[in-house]
Ligand binder design. Structure first.
Ligand SMILES: C[S@@+](CC[C@H](N)C(=O)[O-])C[C@H]1O[C@@H](n2cnc3c(N)ncnc32)[C@H](O)[C@@H]1O
Length: 261
């Protein structure tokens, strides 16, 4: 028996988000659209007793080829562009990510925000033997999905998931994970943490001259404080890579910030 209050709250949320979608414009309209999709998916998940991320995993298991990272990436892109939107970096910005990883040719890498492991698989498939790659995720359910996707893709020897909050994990990287400095950092967690975590990387001496920070979603949802910081503090050389939001047509961009040392 479905609780009437859940039905009423669901209906009210959908109406509120629809109203918001009609009233606002620009990037806020895109955010309202994403929140609307996420709310509908959360309600769907409640009734199906399965989360969207579990459905993404199931689609990979049913459609990708075990041990073939590219087929895992393609399957996730197909599912998320045709069935349910999800916050992976996606196919278009993924190509920019690929190029920046290739030109950096990193030995030691960090990702902030694993989610289902899409970008971790994307990055892992480009790494040379001996490279060390850590990806941090604080949601245990997402970390568990990512673990299975990474294993299925056959790149589990190239990337290690660290479960926890970036604010707690970053200060542990040197001692507990025996890192010196990072060559490449993909910043893709909650946008209000971008600046604090960049400053924390600096404070923990994890950046060296030439370390590359690549930040996703600097337009949508947007990271204005981060952009202001890296572009004006005098410690970084910045490049903006315009693109589109994952699986949508709205403008988004990646920002590369190279540490001057
Ligand atoms: C946009 S998704 C990451 C997408 C992923 N990089 C990809 O492209 O496939 C952001 C993820 O960051 C995680 N996250 C947000 N803030 C975090 C924090 N402070 N510490 C660890 N994980 C965080 C969220 O749970 C979410 O899974």
């Amino acid at each position: 028996m479905i609780d009437l209050s859940i039905l009423l709250i669901s209906a009210a949320s959908i109406l509120l988000l629809l109203a918001l979608y009609i009233v606002v414009d620009g990037p806020r309209r895109t955010i309202a659209r994403i929140v609307f999709h996420e709310t509908v998916e959360a309600i769907k998940s409640f009734f199906m007793n399965q989360t969207k991320e579990q459905r993404v995993l199931q689609y990979v298991l049913d459609n990708a080829v075990r041990g073939d990272p590219q087929s895992v990436i393609d399957s996730i892109d197909t599912y998320c562009s045709q069935k349910e939107w999800a916050m992976n970096v996606g196919d278009q910005k993924g190509l920019i990510l690929d190029n920046v990883v290739k030109e950096t040719d990193p030995n030691v890498l960090l990702e902030l925000g694993t989610y289902c492991g899409y970008s971790a698989v994307r990055i892992s498939r480009l790494l040379k033997p001996g490279a060390r790659f850590f990806t941090v995720e604080f949601n245990p359910a997402f970390a568990a999905i990512a673990k299975q996707i990474i294993e299925f893709a056959g790149v589990n020897d190239k990337v290690q998931i660290i479960e926890g909050n970036t604010q707690d994990i970053i200060p542990q990287l040197k001692k507990k994970y025996e890192l010196d400095t990072l060559d490449f950092v993909f910043v893709d967690h909650w946008k209000d943490k971008y600046t604090d975590d960049t400053k924390l990387l600096e404070k923990c001496n994890l950046l060296r001259k030439g370390s590359v920070i690549l930040a996703d979603n600097v337009i949508v949802p947007g990271a204005p404080d981060f952009l202001k910081y890296v572009r004006s503090c005098g410690r970084y050389d910045c490049t903006n890579y315009p693109s589109v939001l994952e699986y949508m047509t709205e403008k988004d961009a990646l920002e590369k910030a190279v540490f001057r040392g």
